[in-house]
Write a protein that binds this ligand. Structure first.
Ligand code: URP
Ligand code: ZN
Ligand code: ZN
Ligand code: ZN
Length: 483
C-alpha cells in the first residue's frame, strides 16, 4: 500500500519546505521532490502537517449521573474531520475501583476508535491499592496521571493525597496533571448562590471565578515542585492561572499549560443569553471567562508560556443539559470541540497573524507529542513516523453548524462561526479517512498508543533532586550528650 502526497508544502513545528511524502504500510517512508507511484493525493496549494493530537477528551465518560454523548467512534470521526489524528482520553476509576480494572473498561470502549488514542489515568481516590496500581499503569503505557482539585465529594483529591500521588508519579517517571480549581471554595460559593436564588447557568460562572483557578494552579505547581515531578495543567482558562504557570516556568520549573480552543474564542457573555438551553450548553469547568483573559491565553501561546491547545471534548445533548433545570450545579459540565479545534485555531490564530503556521503545528501536535513522550511516532513528519497527516487547505471555508457536524449532539458551541482553513485530506496511519469533504473513516482502525515513562525531563528533574536532597552534615566537633 503506497500513497504519495504530491505538490504540497510541508509545515512542521520548525520547518517549512516543498516536498512530497511517500507512505508505505502506514508510516512515512520517504520525503523528497517529485516522488511517484501508488495512490496520489494532490496537495497543490496546501500545507502538509502532522495530524493534530487532542490530549484532552472524555469519550463515553460516566459523569454527573450520565455519560458523555460522543463515544470513541463518533469522537475520533469528529477529530479526523477537523484534522485531528490522535486523542488522549482520561481513564476514570470509580471510588474504590482498581486502576487497571478501569483501564480495561476504557479498552472495551476504545476498540471502536477510527484514529489512534492513548490514555491518561485519573487518580480519583487514594489508598495502597492505587499506589500499587500506578506502577502497573506505567507498565501498561499509561504514564500521565490526572488529579481533580475540583468536584468536591466526587472526583476531588485533597492536598495530602495530591502530594503523595505526585511523589509516586515522580518516582515512576510519569507526568502529573491537574484540573486546577479550588473545590472547597467552589462548593461554598455554589451553596451560597443557590441559597440566594441564583439557580440558572449564569451562576455556574459566578461559582468558579478566576481566583479559584489561579489559587489551585499555584498550589499544584508548588506541590509538584516539592514532589519533584513535572506538571501539566489542563484547561488553563484565565490570566490568574497563566500567571502562575508563567512565573513557574521563568523559575525553571517543568510546568506546561493547556488552553482550550473554547476559552481562546468564546467568552462568559454566553451564560447571560436569555435562552436557558443556549447558556446551559456552554456550561463547563472552568467556565468561559471575561474576554480580557483571551489576550492572556493568546500571548501565552505566542511567547511559549502556554504549550498546547486542546478541547476537553466532553459533549452532552440538550436533554442531558436539562438535568440542571432549576439547579445549575446539576448541569453536566462539558462542551464539544474535537472537529473544530484546528479550523478555529487556524482562523483565529494563523489568519489573524497571532500564530505562525509552524507555531500552529507546535501547539496542536508536536509539543504534546514531546510532553507525552510519543514523539516522533506522533507529531512529526519524519521517515519512520506514523503517517498521521493532515493536508491543510488554507483557502477552504465553511460555517460551523450542528446540522453538518460529526459529533452526536444536537448543537455546537461554535454554531455560525465562519472558518477558513480546513483539511483536504486527513490520514490516520496512511488510511485516508477524510477525502475532500467525504468521510471515509473506519471503525476499529484506531490503535492504542502505549507510552514509555522517564522522558529526558524526568531524568533531569530526578538528577537535580538527588543532587539537592537533604543529607546529614558530617561534623568535626560533636558535643557530648547529656551535658
Ligand atoms: O467541564 C468539564 N471540563 N468537563 C469535563 C471534565 C473535566 O473537568 O475536565
Ligand atoms: Zn477538568
Ligand atoms: Zn477534562
Ligand atoms: Zn485501517
Amino acid at each position: 500500500m503506497t500513497t504519495i502526497i504530491r505538490n504540497g508544502t510541508i509545515v512542521t513545528a520548525d520547518l517549512t519546505y516543498k516536498a512530497d511524502v511517500r507512505i508505505e504500510n502506514g508510516v512515512i517512508a520517504e520525503i523528497g521532490p517529485n516522488l511517484k507511484g501508488g495512490t496520489e493525493l494532490d496537495a497543490t496549494g496546501c500545507y502538509v502537517m502532522p495530524g493534530g493530537i487532542d490530549p484532552h477528551t472524555h469519550l463515553e465518560m460516566p459523569f454527573m449521573g450520565t455519560y458523555s454523548a460522543d463515544d470513541f467512534e463518533s469522537g475520533t470521526r469528529a477529530g479526523l474531520a477537523g484534522g485531528t489524528t490522535m486523542v488522549v482520553d482520561f481513564v476514570l476509576p470509580g471510588q474504590g475501583q482498581g486502576l487497571m480494572d478501569a483501564a480495561q473498561m476504557w479498552h472495551n470502549k476504545s476498540g471502536r476508535a477510527c484514529a489512534d488514542y492513548s490514555y491518561h489515568m485519573a487518580i480519583t481516590w487514594w489508598g495502597q491499592k492505587v499506589w500499587e496500581d500506578m506502577s502497573a499503569s506505567v507498565d501498561a503505557g499509561i504514564t500521565s496521571f490526572k488529579h481533580f482539585m475540583a468536584y468536591k465529594g466526587a472526583l476531588m483529591v485533597n492536598d495530602d493525597e495530591l502530594f503523595a500521588s505526585f511523589r509516586r508519579v515522580g518516582e515512576l517517571g510519569g507526568l502529573a496533571m491537574v484540573h486546577a480549581e479550588n473545590g472547597d471554595v467552589v462548593a461554598e460559593l455554589t451553596a451560597k448562590l443557590l441559597a440566594e436564588g441564583n439557580t440558572g447557568p449564569e451562576a455556574h460562572a459566578y461559582s468558579r471565578p478566576p481566583q479559584v483557578e489561579g489559587e489551585a494552579t499555584n498550589r499544584a505547581i508548588m506541590i509538584a515542585d516539592m514532589a519533584g515531578v513535572p506538571l501539566y495543567v489542563v484547561h488553563t482558562s484565565c490570566e490568574e492561572a497563566h500567571e502562575a504557570i508563567r512565573r513557574a516556568r521563568m523559575l525553571g520549573k517543568r510546568v506546561w499549560g493547556e488552553p482550550l480552543i473554547q476559552h481562546l474564542t468564546l467568552d462568559e457573555s454566553e451564560y447571560f443569553h436569555p435562552d436557558w438551553d443556549h447558556a446551559a450548553r456552554r456550561v463547563m469547568s472552568p467556565p468561559f471567562r471575561d474576554k480580557k483573559h483571551q489576550d492572556s491565553l493568546w500571548a501565552g501561546l505566542q511567547s511559549g508560556s502556554l504549550s498546547v491547545v486542546a478541547t476537553d471534548h466532553c459533549s452532552f445533548t440538550t436533554e442531558q443539559k436539562r438535568f440542571g433545570l432549576g439547579n445549575f450545579a446539576k448541569i453536566p459540565n462539558g462542551t464539544g470541540g474535537l472537529e473544530d479545534r484546528m479550523p478555529m485555531l487556524w482562523t483565529h490564530g494563523v489568519n489573524t497573524g497571532r500564530l505562525t503556521p509552524n507555531e500552529f503545528v507546535a501547539v496542536t501536535s508536536t509539543n504534546i507529542a514531546k510532553i507525552l513522550n510519543c514523539y516522533p511516532k506522533k507529531g512529526a513528519i519524519l521517515v519512520g513516523a506514523d503517517a498521521d497527516l493532515v493536508v491543510w487547505d488554507p483557502a477552504k471555508e465553511k460555517t460551523i453548524g450542528a446540522a453538518s457536524q460529526q459529533s452526536k449532539i444536537d448543537y455546537n458551541v461554535f454554531e455560525g462561526q465562519k472558518v477558513k482553513g480546513l483539511p483536504r485530506f486527513t490520514l490516520t496511519r496512511g488510511h485516508v479517512a477524510i477525502h475532500d469533504g467525504e468521510v471515509r473513516t473506519r471503525e476499529g482502525h484506531g490503535q492504542f498508543v502505549a507510552r514509555e515513562p522517564r522522558p529526558a525531563v524526568n531524568r533531569a528533574l530526578s538528577q537535580w533532586k538527588d543532587l539537592t536532597a537533604p543529607r546529614p552534615v558530617v561534623r568535626t566537633g560533636v558535643p557530648a550528650t547529656g551535658v
